[in-house]
Design a protein around this ligand. Structure first.
Ligand code: FCB
Length: 439
């Protein structure tokens, strides 16, 4: 089968985040984040793994960017560690931290790689958590100050600034299931946090625009279609509820100035007058992270998903068509800005044998999702780029270093990087896209 064809100016990239790769946790004046605290709390992560060293990207970024350039990619999505640039989350700025991100952006531009910056990929300064974290409405104001400083500093050199990465995870995994930092288990707190995250996003967009930041501004949401196991009314209702909680919970305030209602949804946050006006700022783009679908069954025990294309090492079903279904669905329901697929990828039980990693499963995953993405584009969704998660094997949060998502294998003992078969496949795929456009 021939390759699907993507637009000529498409952004072909890879994504990472600060805490998952940088390391240098106590270097050059970086303050502690909630992930340092959480990961160093016994029992919170697999093997007690933490990001103290991670991929040592703080020191190795030039070599890592050479890898991206070598793959022929033209875009890179990274996140800024707030406690590296403002150790207490308010007050003094850390010149060395700011200089690091300056160097990082320049190193990308020198290699012809377009930087996409994320302001918040979960590493809140611990000092702000000590004052209530995202449960404290004031954190939205602290975030706005941080956003303006970074926006003014980097906005002339980056192709995109996104406020939050996956606010659903911050809210629910961080404050309801307690799987992620800060580890709270309070469902009412989770919805309040989600509201403060959305508010902080809107206030930050307003303030960055008022400060003259020119870069396109947006937010990244993790989304999945919720697929009922049967077309029985109980399954359909449950699917509607799951979709409301996962997708509409963020889309409705951003685009329609309200929270969704659905049967079975009971918890709502405290909302002040004008909050929705603040939240629903025009978006220059929307980032979507897609990994799998939500399968919904009201039976007891639940009817299992068919899992025709297998499961990943995370136990997540491989379901490429879900990406097309999701995008065409939100395209119908909302007036969308241009879309980037800011994350898509899989964990695989990769092994390095004689300098090679044969990750055929990842190639199949990538190919399937790119084909699904091209179907969504053909159906009219304006998609401008795709970022594979992740460039490197890295610190997968509570799963520690056990789960390998990279196109590039990392030997954590030596920090040796090795391109997996999937990296070669992606390079060749992108090269064929360029050739097809006569570039
Ligand atoms: C997403 C996160 C990212 C990574 C992938 C596997 O939810 O944004 O940091 O952990 O999942």
């Amino acid at each position: 089968m021939t390759d699907p064809r993507f637009p000529s100016d498409f952004h072909w990239g890879v994504a990472t985040s600060s805490y998952q790769i940088e390391g240098a946790a106590a270097e050059d004046g970086r303050g502690p984040s909630i992930w340092d605290t959480f990961a160093h709390t016994p029992g919170k992560t697999v093997n007690g793994d933490h990001g103290d060293v991670a991929c040592d990207h703080y020191h190795r970024y030039p070599q890592d960017f050479d890898l991206i350039a070598g793959l022929g990619l033209n875009a890179y999505r990274f996140s800024i560690a707030w406690p590296r640039v403002q150790p207490q989350g308010k007050g003094a700025w850390n010149a060395k931290g700011l200089a690091f991100y300056d160097r990082l952006v320049d190193a990308l531009l020198e290699r012809g790689i377009t930087p996409h910056a994320t302001l918040y990929h979960w590493d809140l300064p611990q000092a702000l958590q000590d004052e209530g974290g995202w449960l404290n409405r004031d954190t939205a104001l602290r975030f706005t100050d941080y956003a303006v400083t970074m926006g003014v500093r980097l906005g002339d050199r980056v192709a995109a600034i996104c406020t939050h990465n996956e606010p659903w995870c911050t809210a629910h995994l961080g404050h309801h299931s307690g799987k992620f930092a800060p580890g709270l288990k309070d469902p009412q707190a989770a919805v309040q946090v989600a509201h403060h995250l959305l508010l902080s996003h809107g206030l930050a967009l307003q303030a960055m625009r008022a400060a003259g930041v020119k870069a396109p501004l947006g937010i990244v949401l993790n989304q999945s279609p919720a697929v009922p196991a049967t077309d029985r009314a109980t399954d359909l209702a449950l699917a509607e509820r799951e979709y409301a909680l996962f997708v509409r919970w963020f889309m409705d305030p951003l685009f329609l100035k309200r929270y969704p209602t659905a049967s079975g949804v009971h918890l709502y946050p405290q909302v002040r007058e004008n909050d929705f006006d603040a939240i629903a700022q025009p978006l220059d783009f929307l980032g979507i992270n897609y990994y799998t679908r939500i399968w919904v069954s009201s039976e007891e025990p639940p009817r299992p998903a068919p899992r025709m294309d297998g499961v990943t090492d995370m136990g997540w079903e491989v379901y490429p068509q879900g990406l097309a279904d999701l995008l065409t669905g939100i395209h119908r329901e909302y007036k969308l800005p241009p879309i980037y697929i800011t994350e898509n990828g899989m964990a695989n039980a990769d092994t390095l044998v004689e300098g090679k990693v044969h990750d055929a499963q990842r190639i199949a995953y990538l190919k399937g999702h790119l084909e699904a993405l091209s179907r969504a584009i053909a159906a009219g969704v304006d998609v401008r780029g795709f970022f594979y998660w992740s460039l490197l094997d890295n610190y997968e949060w509570d799963s520690g270093y056990d789960k390998r998502f990279g196109l590039v294998h990392v030997d954590y003992a030596t920090q040796q990087r090795t391109l997996k078969d999937s990296a070669h496949w992606y390079r060749e795929f992108v090269a064929r896209q360029r050739a097809a456009h006569g570039a």
